[in-house]
Design a protein around this ligand. Structure first.
Ligand code: ADP
Ligand code: ZN
Ligand code: ZN
Length: 827
């Protein structure tokens, strides 16, 4: 029942709540007197929504009913519970998430949810308690079915009980039915309650010296006790209980005896779950910056001195020493009493790099990425929130880390598409980084060897200041890249082969010299698809318009888009022929081919499949770095960021797939990938060589990549973008309309299309579609696409907002309409 809100107090009476739903607006709730005083902006609240309860975020409070809210007072529902006394969302993050939501036409609540570590988003549970009517009914037991009577009797002695507990004791569905009936009869009362966080601080027993080491040593009466005291003395006074008994080789009783005598103290303390598996750290190299690096750093430092916003593009070829510049700039930022954030595309791939930062900054660094356990993420996040870690290194969502007074944001490999979240809420962490710097008067550095076209354009127009490192450290030459025309190889061999004679020869030569190689293929699995030779059908996913990939290790056919998988059929499911033909090598098969061809080499594979085992990736990369592995085979994961000094050969098996995609960015993607891959070779004292196998040797993206000529590529590509009206010359929005029922998707698309035409009165937008998306069916949903282009971001946003509202009023269901601004993939 809503409570009356008549008495006038100074406490806020209404709260504006952002909910984690794909809905752009916020919702107004009334605040019960019980916690109205304690609600702060940024606190989480449990609120009723429809028939369920949701965790939302307080984004504003009002003393009076907000203007424009037309509902009656009594129709405004009460917030149910205040979850945080201290808000988890800082004021700055609130502003940043609001900006992000508006910029991407995304839901604020969804962005806020993404900004907090997953483990602390709380759930709700239903509480059952008995009413007076229930008590009196209980006396007349004969009127009840046994289960209902049982439940009433169970809760009669308790003030309340979670329904889930009752469900565990009896059959779940029967309990649900019984509770529903009891509630309908007024015999029980139901209430929702927020369940406290699933992830909690990790607590351990710990032992410390209670007196001076000498005094303790004198008090030890036997070998075991002496060992305990000596271990504690060496560890500067404190060790975890379990570790201590192991280190000192004693039982728990020896420690407890010492505690009873007052020489040591046993207490409970929180231990940090450390994301670094192996905590041995590399030595910090004493590096003197070269003149180019020093020049770049000077520019960045002078920006850091000023409290003004400033953005740089640091365009530095691979191996030019960008990372060293980042480290110096972060050190400077800390010296100035501010904090620093560094985004990387996929940190799990670079354990070597995380360790390098840890070696320099110690516990001041927090690591936030998607491969952390919930506990690790929770601990790291809290270290940032409390100010104990002043540097954050992390992937996409780390852009929302609660650092206070941020002075520097670095986005390494700024062109990387993993900064773009590919599902709701859509946002690009690189652009949010620029905005966060802007909101805080901070410096932002976008670093890369292959700037995104948009970024380079921004540097050209002066929006970003352009900094360049055009030479590798110690003037090491960039690896030479050569194209191998696979059409010639095909002619000579008379059939398709995975490895050209040139590549085989290069591999042999490299390993004869005791050097290492990396072989890249952008397709995982064993065979890319299975074809029937009799009827020509290929095996497709039942949920998607996609062929299934054969994975030999699990002997299954897997859909790489939805995960659906089936056993490998013996016969063609269409014509029952037994002539099934496995086409196209993936990394799993490539590894097998290489192992057969080069039996003496130690070969390991890295792709999403091998990475599924936790810690495996880190182990392999470290072993490769230590030369315990000769060759790495894998997907593009291998192309990013690694700094291996003994790698002198990089082979690319096939790059033609990237060029065939119907996406205006595919040339750019291919150019970036090849430049990055080539950058892995020749990073030490030895020169590197890169061999690229292709069926399209004339393509300009390949030619410029071979010469590592970014300017040349940019000049060519920008012409094409201009001619065909693509970013950066226009702002693009891709709208996907998805539904399991084609006619529903189609109806929504048509309604939206006419709404867009009505909203586009000034004709400042160009609307294309609806048409089938490149993947017409995915995860059991049909997909239609509408593209909207405009010269003005503001006009585009306005047109979309008006159209969405209009479409909703004409019966469109906004839940199946997904708007993506600045999309990176047009699949
Ligand atoms: P990038 O990030 O541009 O690819 P890195 O920062 O990883 O390049 O530098 C490449 C290698 O050169 C690293 O091993 C790094 O330790 C080393 N290095 C960087 N700067 C210097 C320098 N001024 N003198 C000597 N070695 C350096
Ligand atoms: Zn067949
Ligand atoms: Zn599928």
């Amino acid at each position: 029942m809503p409570q009356p809100h008549t008495e006038s107090t100074s406490a806020p009476r209404y709260v504006e709540v952002a909910l984690p739903l794909p809905i752009r607006r916020t919702f107004t709730y009334a605040l019960p007197a019980g916690f109205a005083d304690n609600v702060k902006i940024g606190s989480r609240l449990l609120v009723p929504f429809g028939r369920q309860f949701l965790t939302g975020y307080a984004v504003d409070v009002h003393e009076t009913k907000p203007d424009g809210l037309s509902v009656e007072d009594s129709a405004i529902k009460d917030a149910e519970e205040l979850i945080d006394e201290e808000p988890l969302v800082t004021e700055e993050i609130l502003r940043l998430t609001k900006w992000t939501a508006d910029y991407y036409a995304a839901s604020w609540g969804e962005i806020l949810k993404a900004a907090l570590p997953a483990g602390i988003n709380s759930a709700t549970e239903r509480i059952v308690s008995i009413t007076e009517a229930g008590r009196s009914a209980l006396l007349k037991t004969a009127n009840f079915k046994p289960l209902k009577w049982q439940i009433l009797r169970d809760i009669a002695t308790l003030p309340e009980r979670p329904q889930r507990e009752i469900e565990r004791e009896y059959s779940k569905s029967a309990v649900q039915r019984a509770v529903r009936d009891l509630n309908a009869g007024g015999l029980v009362r139901l209430r929702e309650r927020a369940v406290t966080t699933k992830v909690k601080p990790k607590l351990r027993k710990s032992v410390r010296l209670a007196v001076a080491p000498d005094e303790a040593a004198a008090g030890a009466v036997n070998v075991g006790q002496s060992a305990v005291i000596s271990a504690l003395t060496h560890a500067s006074g404190e060790i975890l209980f379990s570790d201590l008994s192991e280190v000192a080789g004693v039982s728990a009783s020896a420690i407890n005896t010492l505690a009873k005598k007052g020489f040591v103290e046993v207490h409970i303390r929180e231990v940090r779950r450390d994301p670094l598996f192996d905590t041995s750290l590399p030595a910090v190299k004493d590096i003197t910056l070269n003149a180019d690096q020093a020049g770049v750093l000077e520019q960045i430092e002078s920006a850091l001195k000023s409290p003004q916003y400033k953005a740089f593009l640091l365009h530095g070829v691979t191996g030019s020493g960008k990372t060293e510049v980042y480290i110096r700039a972060m050190t400077k930022t800390l010296d100035q009493g501010r904090t620093a954030l560094m985004l990387v595309p996929e940190i799990a791939l670079t354990p070597v790099f995380s360790k390098r930062l840890r070696a320099v900054f110690g516990d001041d660094v927090a690591i936030l990425h998607s491969n952390l356990s919930p506990g690790e993420r929770f601990d790291e996040w809290r270290r940032v929130y409390s100010g104990n870690a002043r540097i954050v290194i992390g992937t996409r969502s780390a852009i929302f880390a609660p650092l206070r007074d941020i002075g520097l944001i670095i986005v390494d490999e700024e062109h990387d598409t993993s900064y773009r979240q590919q599902e709701s809420p859509f946002y690009n962490a690189r652009d949010a980084a620029v905005m966060r710097a802007n909101l805080n008067g901070a410096t932002v550095v976008l670093g890369t060897a292959t700037p995104a076209l948009e970024t380079f354009q921004n540097a050209k127009t002066g929006k970003y200041q352009y900094l360049q490192l055009s030479n590798r450290i110690e003037n090491r030459p960039l690896a030479k890249a050569e194209l191998i025309d696979m059409r010639d190889v095909f002619k000579q061999a008379g059939k398709d082969v995975a490895l050209s004679p040139q590549l085989i020869e290069a591999i042999e030569a490299t390993h004869r010299r005791g050097e290492q190689s990396i072989i890249l293929l952008n397709r995982r699995g064993y065979s890319t698809f299975v074809l029937c030779r009799s009827c020509g059908e290929s095996l497709r996913c039942k949920n998607c318009d996609i062929t299934l990939t054969y994975h030999r290790r699990d002997s299954r056919m897997v859909c790489h888009y939805c995960g659906h998988n089936v056993r490998v059929p013996q016969k063609c499911p269409f014509c029952s022929s037994e002539f099934l033909y496995f086409v196209g090598e993936g990394t799993e098969q490539l590894e097998e081919i290489l192992v057969k061809k080069f039996p003496s080499l130690r070969i390991a594979r890295i792709d999403r499949d091998t990475m599924a085992r936790r810690g495996e990736m880190s182990r392999i990369l470290t072993a490769f770095d230590n030369s315990e592995i000769d060759m790495l085979v894998g997907t593009q994961m291998l192309a990013k960021g690694h700094d291996f000094h003994n790698v002198t050969l990089v082979g690319v098996i096939s790059v033609d797939i990237g060029l065939g995609l119907p996406d205006f960015r595919s040339a750019e993607r291919t150019f970036q990938l090849l430049t990055q891959v080539a950058g892995r070779a020749g990073r030490g004292d030895l020169p590197g060589r890169v061999l690229i196998q292709t069926y399209y040797p004339e393509h300009y993206a390949l030619k410029f990549a071979c010469e590592q000529d970014f300017e040349g590529f940019f000049a060519e590509e920008i012409k094409f973008r201009k001619r065909l009206h693509y970013p950066p010359f226009v702002v693009l929005a891709s709208i996907l309309i998805k539904h399991a029922d084609y006619s529903v998707a189609d109806k929504n698309a048509q309604i939206l299309r006419s709404a867009l035409d009505r909203a586009n009165t000034k004709r400042t937008c160009q609307v294309l579609g609806p048409a089938s998306a490149s993947i017409a069916r995915l995860k059991n949903e049909f997909r239609l696409q509408i593209l909207v282009k405009s010269l003005s971001r503001a006009e585009l946003r306005e047109c979309l907002d008006i159209a969405a509202e209009d479409a909703e009023s004409k019966g469109a269901d906004l839940r199946c309409i997904h708007i993506e601004i600045d999309p990176v993939n047009l699949l």
